[in-house]
Design a protein around this ligand. Structure first.
Ligand SMILES: Cc1cc2nc3c(=O)[nH]c(=O)nc-3n(C[C@H](O)[C@H](O)[C@H](O)COP(=O)(O)O)c2cc1C
Length: 383
């Protein structure tokens, strides 16, 4: 009995060791793009295919900002902070005037926190670009390298890898720095077969480097707390806490669901759920405090659903809840507005952690639109 017990423990220990080793056996690569027309995305798919052609490296394609282009709008949007969690990053962008695109440049300009915390130092990076005629393509690839070198990333070029197998009877986007596609030279479909092949080879070669340099220590010293805090995945929090955001309410007048000014998002909502006002009325007259609190939570969920839309579909892009203003339908002598507002504040902090802490104002009104017992005005800062 004792023998078989130790045997079982032995198996368990082996299983735990194996699992731990299995985790170390894989690397994660982000294929991060900006694209206007989809050319960069086409190359990204080949890069990702190459990365995953071996056994051990997993590729995730994301874009730096949400796009209305039907070809691109379902690609998830990356947060700046998540860059530090990958073992390598393949960056893709259109060529703009012999440089990287403004979309990519805008995103990179937000990585100062990662830079000063050395979060990307030593991680491998490779670049690829979609060009028109190809004018200035190598200048553009090199300009990509400038920013990544400042981050201390390990730059992985193509050299002449794969060159011997491409069709040399037409112009191709091969470059020793990284693959490009000559999108406007469309005697053949672009990216051409050879450009796709080169991108795949680039991905394959890059995966080898990312795998070789993979590390467990994603967060470098100096900024651990900040990066750890930024790593809260709001979408996961919603899932874990079973918080389901409602579908977007429809405006009932000549106004927008939200307005963006700079990085601030402004939203105003009442307790509308499935086309009906939840617990309408005046507190203490035809609705209890508990019912108003329930209406407050419904209203805040509407605010968050709209905020998600405003943040390009990803609440991880929310940097801060700046202010919440709650107005309640109350009798003249009522004083406990703060308690009625707490469900909104609690929900915000529960979801966003420290980023959800906000300033607040509450007040009473003798009536509110469509009979709602509560209305909330919210201001959030997004990336
Ligand atoms: C502002 C701007 C500048 C551009 N400059 C160049 C350039 O210098 N050289 C080039 O070959 N193509 C240039 N292009 C063309 C884009 O690189 C090309 O359309 C690319 O395929 C777009 O990539 P996408 O399909 O991923 O959006 C430029 C395009 C724009 C909008």
């Amino acid at each position: 009995m004792k023998k078989s017990y130790s045997f079982l423990i032995g198996i368990l220990v082996l299983f735990v060791i194996n699992t731990a080793m299995a985790q170390k056996q894989t690397a994660k690569v982000l294929v991060l793009i900006y694209s206007d027309n989809g050319g960069t995305y086409e190359l990204a798919k080949e890069i990702a295919k190459g990365i995953e052609s071996g056994q051990n490296v997993q590729a995730t394609i994301k874009q730096v900002k949400a796009s209305d282009n039907p070809k691109l709008k379902n690609i998830p949007v990356a947060t700046v902070e998540e860059l530090a969690t990958y073992d390598g990053i393949a960056f893709g962008s259109p060529v703009y005037f012999g440089n990287i695109s403004t979309g990519m440049s805008e995103f990179l300009s937000k990585t100062i926190g990662l830079w000063t915390s050395h979060a990307l130092e030593g991680k491998p990076a490779t670049v690829f670009m979609s060009a028109g005629s190809g004018a200035g393509k190598e200048l553009a690839l090199q300009s990509f390298w400038n920013s990544l070198a400042v981050h201390g990333m390990v730059l992985v070029p193509n050299g002449i890898s794969g060159y011997e197998n491409i069709d040399k009877t037409i112009p191709q986007g091969n470059s020793v720095l990284g693959t490009t596609s000559l999108a406007s030279l469309n005697t053949v479909e672009r990216p051409s077969k050879s450009e796709r092949y080169l991108a795949e080879v680039q991905g394959k070669n890059f995966a080898k480097v990312a795998y070789a340099l993979r590390g467990d220590e994603k967060v470098k010293s100096g900024n651990k707390a900040e990066v750890a805090e930024n790593k809260i995945d709001v979408n996961q929090v919603l899932k874990d806490k079973n918080i389901v955001l409602p579908s977007l309410p429809k405006p009932v007048g000549n106004y927008e669901l939200y307005a963006r000014s700079g990085n601030l998002i402004f939203i105003n909502q009442v307790a509308l759920k499935n086309g009906k006002i939840v617990n309408p009325g005046k507190v203490g007259v035809n609705v209890t405090e508990e019912q108003v609190k329930e209406a407050t939570a419904v209203t805040m969920l509407n605010v968050l659903a709209i905020l998600k839309e405003a943040a390009g579909g990803d609440l991880n892009r929310v940097k801060k809840c700046v202010q919440l203003i709650g107005t309640f339908n109350t009798p003249d002598t009522y004083t406990k507005h703060a308690e009625l507002m707490n469900p909104a504040s609690d929900l915000t902090v529960e979801i966003f952690g420290d980023k959800g802490k906000h300033t607040r104002n509450t007040s009473g009104a003798s009536s509110l639109p469509v009979g709602s017992s509560v209305s909330i005005q919210a201001i959030f800062e997004v990336e």
